[in-house]
Ligand binder design. Structure first.
Ligand code: SAM
Length: 279
């Protein structure tokens, strides 16, 4: 367990201060670690991907629960702290110093190779830096079925979008794509005071659990459709897709994208895929 005093002392001993541009807001509330670990449901030898270990506070909880942790940290200044703190866990802890995102929608190839080695499932457990949360979660949910569960701390605004249902301003591609493949639950809220330094906004812990049966068999087609529709979310479906485009029963051309349920959007993407492939 790292207290706030421990985290401050670890950074100071290495001449470091939190870097705002890297989203370095360190969690120091023991009750929130308990909440996160309960949702993570770690079993011995579980493979965990942790993005942004910082000084290793969450990493220690995961390793003590007997997980094997692959941690990916962008800030090379933190490497000596992590190696010293976690040396006792031997080869259960593996650190890669890298940006988790190799491109806007791509995970670093070295990280992917390491975490999917042997075809074993893995969990993403992390206090995510604010700028990687959405692309990382969509990428893992859509392209990497070996990720079976994610328990992540994110900005409350991102949590709201991940869990949103039809009709509101938060409903859009992020939540639709992730919900088509995983169940999504917001398991707790975290006010700024849980972190040092405190961020400007509230945060939340979100749990994603991969569905045994995804709602779509063709995630790329659903992704292409929702990006097209929600780019013009105030327009009518018929206007966006063209009046001659066939729509499944129950979807009117006058409907607006944000009123369609997840099931209707999947149905629409399947109808359009079949239509586009009709010779
Ligand atoms: N795990 C620590 C905790 O819970 O207190 C720190 C979490 S802090 C919110 C985010 C961490 O992600 C920082 O250590 C930061 O350096 C790291 N980070 C930021 N951008 C990153 C990126 N693109 N790839 C990997 N790590 C990143």
């Amino acid at each position: 367990m790292q207290s706030l005093a421990d985290i401050k002392a670890l950074l100071a001993a290495h001449g470091l201060a939190p870097k705002h541009r890297l989203g370095q807001n360190f969690l120091h509330d023991p009750r929130k670690y308990a909440l996160l670990m309960a949702a993570a449901d770690i079993r011995p030898d579980d493979q965990v991907l942790e993005v942004g270990p910082g000084t290793g506070a969450l990493t220690e909880h995961l390793l003590q629960a007997q997980a094997r942790v692959l941690a990916v940290e962008i800030d090379a200044d933190l490497e000596p702290i992590l190696r010293q703190r976690l040396a006792g866990f031997g080869d259960r802890f593996h650190l890669i110093i890298a940006d988790i995102l190799a491109g806007k929608h791509q995970i670093d190839a070295r990280v992917l190779a390491a975490v999917t080695a042997g075809g074993r499932p893995f969990k993403l457990i992390a206090n995510l830096p604010y700028n990687v949360a959405s692309p990382l979660l969509v990428n893992l949910a859509v392209d990497h079925p070996l990720m079976t569960r994610a328990v992540v701390m994110v900005q409350k605004e991102v949590a709201d979008r991940l869990a949103a249902g039809p009709g509101g301003k938060d409903y859009g591609p992020l939540g639709i794509l992730v919900q088509a493949l995983c169940t999504v639950q917001v398991v707790g809220k975290l006010p700024p005071g849980c972190f040092w330094p405190p961020p400007q906004v509230d945060s939340a812990v979100v749990r994603l659990v991969r569905r045994d049966r995804p709602l779509t068999a063709n995630p790329p087609a659903l992704a292409a459709l929702v990006h097209r529709l929600f780019h013009q979310r105030r327009k009518q479906i018929g206007t966006i897709l063209g009046r001659s485009t066939p729509l499944p029963p129950g979807i009117l051309p006058t409907a607006r994208p944000e009123t369609l349920t997840l099931e209707q959007l999947v149905q629409l993407s399947e109808t359009l895929s079949a239509y586009n492939h009709t010779p």
